[in-house]
Design a protein around this ligand. Sequence first.
Ligand code: HEC
Length: 151
Amino acid sequence: MGTFLRVFGIILAVFIIFQFIPNKKKSNPPVDKKLEIKTPAKVASILKRSCYDCHSNETKWPWWSSVAPMSWSVVDDVVEGRKALNFSIWNSYSKEKQDKLKKGIYRTVMGPMPLPQYTWLHPEAKLTKEDIKTIRDWASDGKGFIKTDVR
Ligand code: HEC
């Protein structure tokens, strides 16, 4: 067997073994509309487009979320994302938690969110300047937080 075939065979074998490594499970827990966040339609459509895949129980799982090693990071982002903020159960959060998360949203839409590895594969989820303003106005009730408020 030539070197190329041998190397290719090893890579293929490793790839196949990857598929059997246990991983966190994909799931979409049931949605109770009463618990879902209520926002003006303009805000809701941005959240649904750019955040819901990781921050709701209505994740649209892409095909690569079933194929290791990509699945490891996709499923992990969703599990961790829901833990941090889940718009599907927003109304079950305390007022304090909601206020804290709104500040987090106000802060993170300026850069870190949505995650870059996500927008790379979902360019339509990128936030425009106007989207960012819409979200920040909503998150701060139109007041705008000053820098030190946002922590
Ligand atoms: C690809 C998945 C993904 C997408 C899409 C995404 N997030 Fe996140 N988000 C995460 C993960 C994972 C965490 C938790 C880990 C962390 O804090 O870094 C998180 C944490 C957060 C937090 C809490 C952490 C903090 O620093 O306050 C906020 C707020 C947040 N995201 C807002 C958003 C908003 C708003 C959007 C849409 C504009 C969005 N995210 C889109 C994955 C995502």
